[in-house]
Design a protein around this ligand. Structure first.
Ligand code: GLA
Length: 743
């Protein structure tokens, strides 16, 4: 142990500049505290403390994760847990930070390897640690063989979000094969009332919040699909029976990985809870030659004592300040127009110019041409992969449209789906070997397309070249980067047979590299992550993309539920939402233009309606609401979100409140599904305002019930609340509260 023989020594991290001396909830200072005598490591940040230690066997064991402890509180040294009978080896019930498969471990291993001689036993023991700036690094090594693991712990001072990851290095003289690898294991002590929440879904129904009791046994959420997936998102939260939206403990975590992933939550025989997150072991294998290493993704974990609302607010803050491009000051999302739902593949220069003029007239700031502008792309059956402008649709290239759009005062953006190819394309005809495949086996198509193998260097070089040329050729300031199918036949025939399964990691690593290099070459370029809607939303891709396409489902009522689930994990700063046509194509539901706007104004606003069908009144309403949106978007996108009334489970009403960081502005959105039985309207109590400030209330759309004061204190709005006058079906209202200057 580094400094084992030294007398007790403390190392503080993260005490930088003005932040030095900041007191946290428990009075401790932000950073890492290492107690060499008891071998206890403690990290403090935000309102939480995380602690682990080295036990007598030299194994790294969790000690505490939760609300901030007092500065002087000393955690007892780590001791292995005893089972309730001698038939249970302690290793099966001890909460490890990062356990190897070996020594009798029967809970989920963080790392499982096989050696050339058939041994599959890995027993990781502590060898040292260092403090590097804001990070705490801990080294482990197998008791006998030169398999080394480096763990990284980075505790965010402001939010208490802990970023954990691991690197395994093969320093043996021959290969080792990694069969399973996690970023981290997080542990909680026994309690009989834990609840597990997670986000599941499908195309047009992403981010559905599920909650169930944690019972004995294991439960995992995962993607086996090569991409983050619609079906399950890599976020979980653990709470107690007593936890609510604004009170009670929530422990949460999200894996920053855009490939196949798994988060395993299990209760051991003594009731201890373990959450292990990392690469999905499904079909996983990664062979390391001597000297090679494999890094895990990062698992971001946090704790809040203020319920799901508090948990999501600190996580949103972390994303804005630490993850998003331009963090800690991510750029505001411009209002965009996209004609996908209006024209589908039927795009051409004249039609797009006409739409651009209409879009500009209502205040749109970014005009995006979606699918259909390239190659022989007249449907989803052909052309994908051929990133050259279709000269039948755009006879003079994209230049004239881009110039027109820019002259109208808007940025220009394009849809691309670089990772895919239609078999009916010039690219596939020239390079049939470039797709993920097993030789001599079927190449299963989905949406008539195959997946290019980004693990291949030549494929990545090609994509970088064509995308670089595309973005350089015109003033393209934005790409909507799509990914419209999951994987099948995940083969990489050009790699040695025992290295082919590296595909799962190499593909995603190269995708990240490709995006990073494109951004480096084009610093102005912004990118949206889309995968048939919200199939690739995670903290890995989020580092490289300013925004995400939340769902192809643009039904404004469905969106309320999707957005409610989305914001449990991810910031409104990235959540794009469009106003499209009514009836909406998904449910054929008819809603007013105001309702559609108010639903979409809770995220990054886009317009996806066919503007050719709008009348003067529609344009006037849209222009006004776009203008209103610009006045509140900083609060909506970068403020604190309070999910006041959830739309889940068919609730008749729902409401959200966004409060700016300085508490000077707040925006209330309220929705009614349908009036029933002449029931009374409840008051909506606001949150997060400055109780002593006076706020003026102004309706953006709809109205408050008669008698609502025009101004009142924050205490009034939070105590008495606002009654919103909503009657009928699919009704909505929005209000802005502005803090009044003290005279
Ligand atoms: C996906 C996207 C849509 C649209 C189409 C184009 O489905 O989610 O928004 O871009 O592809 O083919």
């Amino acid at each position: 142990m580094t400094g084992t023989n030294e007398t007790r020594r403390k190392v503080f991290l993260g005490l930088m500049g003005g932040a030095a001396g900041l007191a946290f909830a428990g009075g401790a200072k932000a950073g890492a505290l290492v107690d060499d005598s008891s071998k206890v490591f403690r990290l403090d940040g935000g309102g939480s403390t995380y602690a682990f230690g080295v036990n007598a066997e030299g194994q790294l064991q969790s000690l505490y994760w939760g609300a901030a402890l007092g500065a002087g509180d000393k955690l007892p040294a780590a001791v292995m847990v005893e089972g309730n009978s001698s038939n249970e080896v302690p290793i099966a019930v001890t909460p490890y930070e990062f356990a190897g498969f070996g020594g009798g471990l029967t809970t989920e291993p963080a790392l499982k390897v096989r050696f050339p001689d058939g041994v599959r036993d890995l027993d990781l023991r502590y060898t040292g640690h260092q403090v590097r700036g804001e990070k705490l690094l801990v080294q482990l090594k197998d008791v006998k063989r030169a398999v080394h693991v480096a763990l990284t712990y980075a505790m965010d001072e402001a939010t208490g979000i802990l970023a954990r990851s691991a690197v395994v290095e093969n320093r043996t003289g021959s290969w080792i094969q990694v069969d399973q690898m996690a970023a981290a294991c997080l542990n909680l002590p026994y309690s009989d009332d834990y609840q597990l929440s997670f986000l599941s879904g499908r195309w047009a129904g992403e981010f559905m919040l599920q909650t169930r009791a944690v019972t004995p046994g294991a439960f995992f959420v995962e993607s086996r699909k090569g991409v983050t997936s619609h079906q399950s998102n890599p976020w979980i939260a653990l709470s107690r029976n007593t936890t609510g939206e604004e009170s009670g403990p929530v422990w949460f975590g999200a894996l920053g990985w855009s490939g196949s992933w798994r988060i395993n939550v299990e209760m051991d025989a003594m009731g201890g809870l373990h959450a292990t997150a990392g690469y999905n072991p499904f079909d996983f294998s990664y062979r390391l030659k001597p000297g090679e290493s494999l890094a895990s993704p990062v698992f971001y974990a946090g704790f809040s004592n203020e319920g799901f609302g508090g948990a999501s607010r600190i996580f949103h803050r972390y994303q804005r300040e630490k993850i998003l491009p331009n963090a800690p000051a991510p750029r505001l999302r411009p209002v965009l127009y996209n004609s996908w739902e209006a024209t589908f593949f039927d795009v051409d220069e004249a039609g797009q110019m006409a739409l651009a003029e209409k879009a500009a007239s209502i205040g749109v700031e970014r005009f995006v041409v979606d699918d259909g502008w390239f190659g022989a792309r007249n449907s989803d059956k052909q052309g994908l992969g051929d990133w050259v402008v279709n000269r039948k649709k755009f006879p003079n290239g994209m230049g004239p449209l881009v110039k027109h759009v820019n002259a109208l005062g808007m940025q220009f953006g394009l849809w691309v789906e670089p990772e895919m190819v239609n078999p009916d394309s010039d690219l596939y005809r020239a390079h049939p070997d470039w797709v993920i495949n097993f030789p001599g086996r079927q190449r299963s198509e989905a949406r008539n397309q195959l997946v290019l193998n980004l693990a291949r260097k030549d494929v990545c070089e090609h994509l970088l070249k064509v995308l670089d040329e595309l973005v350089s050729s015109n003033n393209i300031e934005y790409l909507k980067w799509d990914h419209n199918r999951t994987w099948s036949e995940p083969g990489w025939p050009e790699a040695a047979p025992d290295e082919q399964q590296r595909l799962y990691v190499a593909y995603v690593d190269n995708l990240y590299r490709l995006l990073a290099e494109l951004r480096r070459r084009h610093p102005k370029l912004e990118i949206e992550s889309c995968a048939s809607g919200g199939g690739r939303v995670d903290l890995g891709i989020m580092k490289l993309t300013e925004q995400v396409w939340t769902s192809d489902n643009t039904d404004p009522y469905d969106r309320l539920v999707i957005q409610d689930g989305f914001t449990q994990a991810y910031a409104p700063a990235i959540m794009m939402a469009w106003v499209t046509d009514s009836p909406n194509f998904v449910n054929k539901r008819v809603t007013s233009l105001e309702y559609r706007f108010l639903s979409a104004m809770q995220g990054g606003l886009g317009i996806g309606a066919n503007l050719k069908h709008w009348n003067q009144d529609d344009f006037a309403k849209a222009k006004r609401l776009v203008q209103e949106y610009k006045g509140i978007r900083a609060t909506v996108q970068l403020g604190n979100l309070y999910r006041l009334v959830s739309p889940r489970n068919g609730a008749p009403r729902s409401a959200t409140l966004s409060v700016s960081q300085d508490r000077k502005q707040a925006v209330l959105f309220a929705f009614l599904h349908s009036s029933m039985m002449r029931s009374a309207q409840p008051m909506i109590q606001l949150r997060g305002l400055d109780p002593g400030a006076v706020y003026a209330l102004r309706a953006i759309s709809g109205s408050a019930a008669p008698g609502t004061p025009a101004r009142a204190s924050g205490a009034y709005w939070m105590g008495r609340g606002v009654k919103v006058a909503l009657e009928g079906d699919f009704q909505a209202a929005a209000f802005v509260l502005e803090a009044q200057a003290v005279s």
